[in-house]
Write a protein that binds this ligand. Structure first.
Ligand code: F0G
Length: 458
């Protein structure tokens, strides 16, 4: 069966503005696609976060939302849904994933300079660790940076490096380990169950808190089921539960595998940790039974969490993203391979080898892809890595990626064929593509607000 496991009840018109207009709009945006208006974008693959379509059941649930300030029925529905999936009884709602990060990291980082180790931290996670005085360290499996290696579990953490780090710095210097599933920055590729077990064993042995960044945990479970022969007969829900069972809690951006447009939560197993985190939710997000969401959002999320674990949904989701990747690969566009859950990651460094990292090949490719086809995608590379907060030195990304993130249940394969065509056209003139030079750069999270000019042709 090739068809989508849904039919479409409501549509939103989109259009592609003419090429000259796109050039004008991009100039006005300082060549930064984050600063474009979405109505000037044809296919928007900037992110899969909060950009998906809700189901009729979710829209129906919205109407049942209980907007009580305290004790909302919708909160209890959400809490039960989260516990049924994760096994964690204590659920703290937040407005999105970074809200969860802001609640958690300042509380668990006991003193400045403590480390938070991970496979590869997402950029907001890194920012919140650093804002809390901690140090974010990535210990990815070496295959993560080798886009031509067929190894599927490029989201894995390097367990030997983890052990070596703890031996060198001492367990007391590590505030937590955060395993991001799937690993966004490694191409949306999964963490294997075996790797999660090994990481959990190290954490347990040293008494270190282990948290999952569960933003795309359902996609991770589906890919494990597909690529780990030992797991093939099991449901995504069962596999996901094994991951949650290994950890002490999770941070969730529900805008991904919660299938909602806004929302998030922290869920933990231990009451003592919950009681430490709870006042921070009240202070920064909202009272414990809404924490940055309204009753409607929580009701829709409770349904979305269940839908995102359905095999038919995940099959179509993964197949659509993979199809885009296969089309690009067939045309010789270098991509992270195999293709992961939520996005195709183009190896912009390999596609534009004449552009050095300090001229941001991924961001230059993003600008060109918009000019070519009105398609918006995002750099995941040296621009996003930013600068070391202590030395101000630019951090080099291991790979200069352009990420084509596919929103859930939103675009058709025809849209993605247009994306592939535009990217292949850019590839044909790759040697003439110029790099970007920063003309404005904020101190943290610079990629969102930076402005550029074209660098000289090389
Ligand atoms: N963790 C991961 C792995 C993420 O991918 C994101 C967001 C967050 C945490 C933060 O969650 O956006 O709800 O505050 N990723 C989006 C993206 C923005 O485009 O990949 P948030």
């Amino acid at each position: 069966m090739k068809g989508e496991p849904f039919r479409i009840k409501m549509v939103e018109p989109i259009r592609r503005i003419p090429a000259e207009e796109r050039a004008r709009r991009l100039d006005e945006a300082g060549l930064n696609v984050f600063l474009l208006r979405s109505e000037d974008v044809y296919v928007d693959l900037l992110t899969d976060s909060g950009t998906g379509a809700m189901s009729d059941r979710q829209w129906a649930a919205l109407m049942t939302g209980d907007e009580a300030y305290a004790g909302s029925r919708s909160f209890h529905t959400l809490r039960e849904a989260v516990e049924s999936i994760t096994g964690y009884p204590y659920v703290l709602p937040t407005h999105q994933g970074r809200g969860a990060e802001r609640v958690v990291f300042p509380e668990i980082i006991a003193r400045p300079g403590q480390y938070v180790l991970g496979n590869i931290h997402f950029d907001t996670t890194r920012a919140h660790i650093e804002l809390a005085g901690g140090r974010a360290v990535d210990l990815p499996t070496p295959e993560a940076a080798d886009t031509s290696s067929p190894f599927p579990f490029k989201g894995n953490m390097d367990v030997e490096a983890l052990r070596a780090f703890i031996d060198e710095h001492g367990a007391g210097s590590v505030a937590a380990i955060v395993l991001t599933v799937t690993c966004n920055s490694a191409g949306g590729l999964p963490v294997s169950l075996e790797n999660a077990r090994a990481v959990a064993a190290v954490a347990r042995e040293h008494g270190i808190l282990l948290l999952l960044d569960a933003a795309r945990y359902a996609e991770n479970a589906y890919l494990v089921r597909e690529w780990d022969p030992g797991q093939s007969g099991r449901s995504p829900r069962e596999i996901a539960r094994d991951f949650f069972d290994l950890a002490d809690g999770c941070l969730m951006s529900a805008k991904k595998d919660g299938l909602v447009n806004i929302g998030g939560f922290v869920a933990v197993r231990d009451e003592e940790l919950y009681l430490r985190l709870a006042p921070r939710v009240v202070a920064f997000e909202g009272f414990l039974t809404y924490g940055g969401m309204n009753g409607r959002d929580m009701a829709a999320l409770a349904v979305g969490l269940q839908e995102a674990l359905e095999v038919e949904y995940l099959e179509q989701r993964i197949r659509q993203v993979r199809r885009l990747g296969e089309r690009l690969r067939a045309e010789g566009v270098p991509i992270q391979y195999p293709v992961g859950g939520h996005a195709v990651f183009v190896d912009a460094g390999r596609m534009l080898p004449h552009i050095p990292p300090e001229e941001f090949p991924g961001a230059a490719l993003a600008a060109e892809l918009y000019l070519e086809g009105g398609v918006r995608a995002v750099e995941v590379g040296t621009l996003m890595m930013g600068r070391d907060p202590e030395t101000g030195v630019e951090r080099r990304a291991p790979v200069e990626f352009l990420r084509l993130a596919v929103p859930r249940r939103t675009y058709t394969d025809n849209h993605l064929d247009d994306v592939a065509e535009a990217l292949v056209n850019v590839q044909r003139r790759a040697p003439r593509v110029r790099g970007l030079r920063l003309t404005y750069e904020p101190k943290v999270l610079r990629h969102f607000l930076a402005r550029f000019e074209w660098a000289a042709e090389r």
